[in-house]
Design a protein around this ligand. Structure first.
Ligand SMILES: [Zn+2]
Length: 233
């Protein structure tokens, strides 16, 4: 199978997108002078998964979930039916600021809130979480902002980064400050991180690397030969 690989090249102020067949000598030669900003390949499952989610009716438009216009590139970045999500669980849990996500991420985050976050919050603090601080959702960039790496799941609006949680009573639990140690906050964070691993396909936290010292990263990327492998770190 020959994948069509799109190299997204940033040259100073000049943005350029070049579509080539993988292994094309002339293009390799022209790109050898400049490392591409990120690498991405066509993955048809992304569009079909998004379409199935939209058609399923699982995600309904509301005051908190509003469709926005198609994001078409650059390169493979974007989504056909992106959603602006400002709250979940019928508006009971705010997303601050609102996140731009593709459809399958919405029920996944909602499931995590209902089945993992709120039960843990009641157990540790006897009250629910009311607000989640989102530090990244859609963003067309390479993984870890590393020039030349693969396109991040954020580039497909298929990922979210969450840094803080605010309880109904106003207390804020900050991953950067509370991840380590043996406080209730630390146990709460470790529990909801672990619980995310049965819902999302990639779960990264402060134990993964220094880029994640202050947040959880969740996405629904397919991993492994059959797309069924999970990453939980
Ligand atoms: Zn992330």
């Amino acid at each position: 199978m020959v994948y069509r690989v799109r190299y997204f090249v940033v040259l100073g102020l000049c943005l350029g997108v070049v579509t080539v067949a993988a292994g094309c000598g002339s293009i390799k030669k022209s790109l050898s002078k400049t490392k591409p900003y990120f690498l991405a390949k066509e993955e048809p499952w992304r569009q079909s998964e998004e379409f199935v989610c939209v058609r399923s009716g699982d995600v309904r438009r509301s005051a908190f979930i509003v469709p926005r216009s198609r994001i078409d590139g650059p390169s493979f970045c974007g989504a056909e039916y992106p959603l602006k999500v400002s709250a979940l669980d019928h508006g009971r849990v705010r997303m601050s600021p609102g996140a731009t996500l593709r459809c399958p991420m919405v029920p996944a985050i909602e499931k995590w809130i209902r089945e993992v976050v709120q039960p843990a919050s009641y157990r540790h603090f006897n009250q629910p979480v009311r607000d989640m601080n989102v530090i990244s959702s859609y963003s067309c960039r390479p993984q870890n902002n590393r020039h030349g790496a693969r396109l991040s799941e954020h580039g497909y609006a298929n990922a979210i980064d969450i840094a803080k949680f605010t309880l109904a009573g106003g207390q804020t639990i900050d991953i950067k400050k509370s991840w380590r140690g043996r406080s209730s906050e630390s146990f709460f964070l470790k529990e909801i991180h672990r619980g995310a691993c049965r819902i999302f396909y990639t779960v990264l936290g402060p134990n993964y690397d220094k880029n994640h010292y202050n947040h959880f990263h969740f996405d629904l990327a397919r991993h492994g030969r059959f797309g069924t492998k999970r990453i939980c770190k």
